[in-house]
Each structure stands twice: as structure tokens, then as C-alpha cells.
Design a protein around this ligand. Sequence first.
Ligand code: PBG
Length: 324
Amino acid sequence: MMMRKRPRRLRSSASLRAMVREHNLRPDDLVYPLFVCSGKKVREPVVSMPGVFHYSVDQLGSVIDEVEGLGIPAVLLFGLPASKDDRGTQAWCDNGVVQQAVGFIKRRCPQLTVITDVCLCEYTTHGHCGVVEGDRVLNDETVALLAATAVSHARAGADVVAPSDMMDGRVAAIRDALDGCGFEDVAIMSYAAKFASSFYGPFREAADSAPQFGDRLTYQMDPANGDEALREVMLDVEEGADLIIVKPALAYGDVLYRTKRASGLPVAAYNVSGEYAMVKAAASQGWIDERRVVTESLLSLKRAGADMIITYHALDAARWISED
Ligand code: PBG
């Protein structure tokens, strides 16, 4: 058969395939999320996220060493405070769990980039990401508390703060507050396009942050909206975000692709808890090959435009890359 174009030619050997491969996964694409809790000697498994643990600050040493040893450049910290109240006071208090963890990590591994999640939902009794009045989540009151939280993380030594609340105007307010306190070099990684997603289910168990009434539909985005995601992204770019997060990741490849093109900033995909739990559950049944599925999924995010990937698979993925 006469056929001039035969795409299979370039697939005929492993070395040719390697030569024409467009994307590769590397350990320095990855960010590893960590849940830090109060107390001592705690290393508690999160049931819905096999392989993920709550660590008290004194137990962080070995996992941090592992992250660094595998060549993963950054961790993203979430806090589980000893106590909660209706304003999330523990989020911005200078000896909070995240603030202590930041200090511990920066002393132990100064080269590792420490990113902190800035939100109130893990710290409020009602589980909403902001200050509540009746059944409303108040925007501007919340923004002031988020700015205070970001400053306290910076004071503890955080390199990057990552607001995940989806209040309007918080990136500008956080930038101003950081600059006002002399933290011009602390970067803002904004969860600019964060959807009201059911894929966060296991995280809310892990972080004990499920809303006690209502839902997050008045602040997180409608999963039906791609153009709105771009508007959110461009607002955060204007407000001074240094990095942009798209979240969740796997069901939002179109948003990731558009964000990368439109924002002109480095973009992170957040491969969230529900995405992780589904893979773990199917793999534990022998229904999928975990290593291949994870590698393929993470690679798909790079193909869609992610410069970095926040994922609970980071340790395994980095190990697999080093074995290849
Ligand atoms: C806090 C926050 C959430 C996640 C990251 N930061 C939960 C939420 O918005 O309800 C989800 C992360 C995950 O599912 O892995 N606002």
C-alpha cells in the first residue's frame, strides 16, 4: 500500500519514542501536601486517603527529609488546630500549628520551598472558609482575616502563601498586607480557579473542614463555568498573584489549558483528594495499575499546561521517576 505518512514510524522503538516525547514528569514538577496537627508524637493515617497522614510538628522530620531526598522542591501545609472558634482565630495566631511547622521545616531543610494554605475552614467551628453572619459568608471581613493569616505565615518563614478561600479581592489585600509588613519577597500562589467540587470529600475528612451547614456554592465556582474561571484568573493576575492554581485537576483540563495560555504566569494543577482516593481504591482492588494510572494522569496535566502539580501521589511518583 502506498502511504507517505506513517506516524507509526516514530513509535517503532523505545529510543525513538523517547526522542519525540513532548512531555516528561520530573520530581521538581511536584508539590507534596502535608496535614499538620497539634499535639505530640501523632502520625495518624487518613482513612480515605491511604498513604496520607496527620503529623504533629515533632513527627515531620522523616517525611520532610524524604521529600527533599526525592528532589521534590516544595510542600504545601494544611493545619488541624487544637481548637476552633467562629472566626478561625487559630489560623492567624503566631504559634498556630502551621506557623510552628513552617519554622520547623525551614530550620531543618532551608532549601525546601514552604507553601502554606491560607483559609479559615479548618479553623472555624462552622467549617466555612470565612466569617459567617446568619447563613451568609461575609467577604470583606474574611479578607482582613486572611491577610492576617498570610502575614503570620510569612513571619513564621513561609516562602509562598496560597489563599484557597475564593473571597473577592483577597490577593490584592494579601499583597498589600505582606508588603506593609516587609514581606515583599513572599510570593502568592492563588487558587484562582477553584470549583465547588465533590472531589474535595476526602480532604474535608482529613482536614476536618466540612461545612456544618449549607455548601460552598456562594464562593467557590460552578463546575459548569469555563469563561468565569478565566475571569477569576485574570483578576488574580491583576491583583498581583505570582502563581495560579487550577483545582481540581483531572476533570478541568480545559480550564488548565486556557489558564496557561491566558495568564502568562506559572500554573499549578491541584490533583485533589477525591482524585487520589479513587485511584487508591481501584488500585487496592487490583482493577487498575496504580503506577501507570498515576503517571499517565500527572503527565496529562503537564500536557494540558501545568508547570507544577500539587499531588498526594508526589512521593510515589518521584520514586517511580527515579527508578525509570
Ligand atoms: C480549603 C481547601 C480545600 C482543599 C484545599 N484547600 C477544601 C475545600 O475547599 O473544601 C481541597 C484539597 C483536596 O481535596 O485535596 N479551603
